[in-house]
Design a protein around this ligand. Structure first.
Ligand code: ATR
Length: 276
């Protein structure tokens, strides 16, 4: 039997076991995927004990993503770009680390809005934390020539821009609407709107009619930003799809088969989110 898990602190809220257990069952694989609470001071010891615990690998969530990256023996390009890892596995006795948030976001964006790149236009990113880094990296990899970052604390946006170079420019938080007029995609990577806490204050009426509006927040599924954007006739991309797609590469590493993000799976996790 193959075993994997997700670790975090706290971890009770994680939907990853539901996702992976769905795939294990659908594919008839003899395996388990559980959640394990790991305190911040215990992260390195836990990762060093994967083999002893009989684990093929694990997902890592808040607040361990940076520590997991530092601990890994082999850091894949996706993790190096972000400076954080969410997917770890053992290979030849060495601990490998990747970041699949970029893959998850870009894959779902392409499936929901396949024409997002039809105009050669800038992309607007709200926020400058770890999630923003993963998504900025995805857009740069996709060949976007200008990424604009708007963050409440400007210095964090400046750090991010320095990390990625001249294609990333920093704007004031107060410019998040006007500075996004010509954007092809606008993405909220901040926690604003989670559990309907606060509003982003983006005036979606100023956005180009082809602008795709994405939110990485998935509780609620339809955030205030997405609701406003849909009401204005814009294409929207919710945060749940990113969560589902980021899980695919890890599952394939640990259990040896590439799973599919089906409508059934989407509905299962959406129902769990809506019940929370
Ligand atoms: P993650 O790694 O998930 O991206 P994070 O590093 O804690 O999480 O980043 C959270 C992001 O949400 C930051 O960009 C943060 O802005 P600051 O850098 O100014 O803290 C943003 N954020 C959180 N609460 C916010 C609020 N009320 N208004 C605007 N931005 C907010």
């Amino acid at each position: 039997m193959t075993k994997a898990c997700v670790i975090g602190w706290p971890i009770a809220h994680s939907r990853s076991p539901l996702i992976h257990t769905y795939w294990l069952k659908a594919l008839g694989i003899d395996g388990t995927y559980t959640k394990v609470p790991v305190e911040p001071q215990g992260i390195e010891a836990f990762l060093r004990s994967l083999a002893d615990r009989g684990l093929a690998g694990c997902n890592v969530t808040v607040p361990h993503k940076e520590a997991a990256f530092r601990t890994a023996d082999e850091k894949h390009a996706s993790a190096v770009a972000v400076g954080a890892a969410n997917t770890l596995w053992l290979e030849g006795g060495r601990l490998h680390a990747a970041n699949t948030d970029t893959y998850g976001f870009m894959t779902y964006l392409a499936s929901r809005a396949p024409r997002w790149q039809q105009r050669d236009a800038p992309v607007s990113i709200l926020g400058a934390g770890g999630a923003a880094r993963a998504i900025v990296y995805g857009f740069l990899e996709a060949g976007v020539s200008q990424v604009r970052v708007f963050n409440r604390s400007r210095n964090r946006a400046e750090d991010l821009a320095r990390h990625f170079g001249s294609k990333v420019s920093v704007y004031d938080w107060s410019e998040r609407s006007t500075g996004s007029r010509d954007a092809s995609v606008l993405v909220n990577t901040t926690s604003v709107g989670m559990k309907n806490d606060g509003t982003l204050g983006v005036d979606v009426r100023v956005l180009h009619r082809d602008c795709v509006v994405a939110d990485i927040v998935y509780v609620p599924l339809q955030t205030g930003l997405l609701r406003d954007a849909a009401a204005a006739g814009l294409t929207t991309v919710d945060g749940l799809g990113m969560l589902l797609h980021q899980a695919v590469p890890g599952f394939e590493r640990w259990f040896g088969q590439r799973p599919t993000v089906t409508n059934d799976l989407y509905k299962l996790i959406a129902a769990d989110v809506e019940a929370s």
